[in-house]
Design a protein around this ligand. Structure first.
Ligand SMILES: Cc1cc2nc3c(=O)[nH]c(=O)nc-3n(C[C@H](O)[C@H](O)[C@H](O)COP(=O)(O)OP(=O)(O)OC[C@H]3O[C@@H](n4cnc5c(N)ncnc54)[C@H](O)[C@@H]3O)c2cc1C
Ligand code: FES
Ligand code: FES
Length: 503
């Protein structure tokens, strides 16, 4: 694998050429991974991989898109009232899942604190675990919840505790040919409370420090406790001395503060662009107290098992958030259905593939190379320049379109992977005779733009928000737009325009 080949980056395009594969079975995917070894990378949501490739930190010879492998997606109940979560389940789907909210609060909170709405909608839990980042937000929560990972390879399946999976920064214990298929969480014991807190520079940034606590309470005593921290060591880590200090004790604010002191002595933070090691240790002390207090209070009013079970057996929110599916129809990531040796797409580095895209109701047939991005196809080949290029790295939201009904950052979508999709761009918001969408009218009425560069992305996001939450609060609007940057107007008039439209 070549690193920093050109010592320069142009995030507008994906410079590298690579072979693109779309396996249609688990056997095909693992056989490909085995054959290519570390010359191949898996593509799930692409919000990490494509950025590493654009920045020329990674240059895989082959990109293996696993989105057509069946049975990797969904949240289902398992024996003993636990949960099985497929690797392709998106962060947004986890955040919205009733059974995650009811029984695994720390995980739901970690997903809510995660990046922007677009990144939550595109990014998957499997990608968050496999990138091996000590700042991955779901990992402290999953570690505190004692997640067991399900890996499948050419030699069969195995179960690995999450702690054993994390080896070092960017390194995980995935054997050659292995794919993460999902993870399992045991049912919470009676009297369990959990919480997650993240401190970051701005709302849509990686953590300076994150912490998750899972605590089991009996009366005024702590009978069990797990504490995990992100961004304060080479991997997400547990602070076992602090845990031991808590177990068997009567809970008090003083005890929680003392545990914070201990935890701060156990973590091994570094100075980097986000914070200093000294500050991170101070934050660990304070956040340990806060997260324990929250988990303790929740443990005192933990949902009874019946409520969690009801959420389990109710409706399961599927990976492409908003789509709700009864549990009985959800895909089971662990008990894999009979797989067949697939014969998925193979596209060489210099070849082109004919794709079909329906954009704003019009069907187009286009030949694309493996490294062409949806953003460039829309702007340069279809002339739809309403969708803007800003950062090319998923951070500004200017390139947001709707892909099969959900917001997507078109600078991070391979055109070949969008074959057969329906795309809506800002040009498609207006009616057949050019009449503007009520949102566009509200933006004009409220002067919610100056240069207008960010406006298409803002409109596509707020259109999606109003479909998901017809009567949002101002806080909902701000949270949904946290991944969209405006450099001139500021958010006050934009939020006002959305609220006006709601009225
Ligand atoms: C603007 C921005 C903000 C972000 N904010 C956050 C944040 O707040 N918190 C956070 O934790 N992360 C954040 N991220 C990082 C990233 O979005 C997440 O890590 C996300 O969960 C990655 O999932 P993905 O499906 O997009 O992974 P991908 O990019 O598709 O894959 C990530 C890595 O995992 C491997 N992989 C993926 N799935 C599997 C699998 N099933 N089996 C084996 N290997 C696999 C891939 O080969 C790749 O190496 C942010 C990224 C961006 C661009
Ligand atoms: S251009 Fe896609 S997020 Fe900035
Ligand atoms: S109106 Fe200029 S960037 Fe938002």
């Amino acid at each position: 694998m070549t690193e920093h080949k050109h010592q320069m980056t142009n995030t507008h395009i994906l410079l590298q050429e690579f072979e693109y594969r779309e396996p249609t079975s688990l056997e095909e995917a693992t056989a490909l991974l085995k054959a290519y070894g570390d010359r191949a990378h898996v593509l799930a949501g692409g919000t990490f991989l494509l950025i590493q490739m654009k920045m020329e930190r990674l240059a895989p010879e082959c990109v293996i898109n696993i989105n057509n492998v069946p049975a990797l997606n969904g949240i289902v109940p398992i024996e003993g009232d636990g949960l099985r979560i497929g690797a392709l389940t998106t962060i947004r789907a986890l955040r919205n899942a009733p059974q995650v909210q009811a029984g695994y609060t720390a995980l739901a909170e970690a997903c809510a604190a995660f990046g922007s709405a677009q990144i939550q909608i595109m990014g998957t839990v499997g990608g968050n675990l496999c990138n091996g980042s000590p700042a991955s937000d779901t990992v402290p929560a999953l570690m505190a919840l004692d997640a067991q990972l399900l890996l499948a390879g050419p030699e069969g399946q195995r179960v690995v505790p999450l702690e054993e999976f994390l080896v070092g920064p960017g390194q995980v214990a995935r054997r050659e040919g292995e794919l993460l298929v999902g993870l399992e969480l045991a049912a919470p014991q009676p009297g369990t409370g959990s919480a997650f807190i993240k401190l970051s520079r701005v709302a849509a940034d990686l953590a300076k420090v994150s912490v998750a606590a899972v605590l089991v309470r009996e009366g005024e005593h702590i009978v069990d406790c797990r504490l995990s921290f992100g961004s304060v060591g080479p991997t997400v880590l547990r602070t076992r001395q602090a845990e031991r200090q808590l177990v068997g004790q009567t809970f008090s604010a003083e005890l929680a503060l003392a545990a914070g002191e201990t935890a701060a002595s156990e973590v091994t933070p570094i100075d980097d662009v986000r914070s200093t090691a000294w500050y991170r240790r101070q934050v660990v002390k304070a956040l340990t107290h806060d997260v324990l207090q929250m988990a303790w209070e929740r443990a005192g009013r933990a949902p009874d098992a019946a409520a969690v079970r009801q959420a389990h057996h109710g409706m399961v929110r599927q990976a492409h958030h908003g789509a709700v599916q009864p549990a009985s129809q959800a895909v089971d990531a662990g008990e894999l259905p009979a797989q067949h040796h697939g014969d998925g797409l193979r596209l060489g580095p210099t070849e082109q593939h004919l794709i079909t895209l329906t954009v704003n109701g019009v069907t187009h047939k286009l030949h694309v190379a493996s490294n062409e991005l949806l953003l460039n196809v829309l702007r340069e080949r279809l002339g739809l320049t309403g969708t803007k290029y800003g950062c090319g790295l998923g951070e500004c939201g200017a390139c947001t379109v709707h892909l099969n009904g959900h917001p997507a950052l078109s600078c991070l979508v391979l055109a070949v992977a969008a074959d057969g999709s329906e795309v809506l761009t800002v040009e498609g918001l207006s009616g057949p005779h050019g009449e503007l969408d009520p949102l566009q009218e509200a933006f004009i009425e409220q002067n919610a733009f100056q240069c207008g560069y960010c406006t298409p992305g803002m409109l596509m996001m707020t259109k999606s928000l109003l479909a998901e939450v017809p009567a949002p609060t101002e806080d909902d609007v701000r949270d949904y737009l946290k991944g969209n940057r405006c450099r001139c107007t500021g958010f006050i008039s934009i939020v006002r325009a959305v609220m006006r439209c709601v009225e």
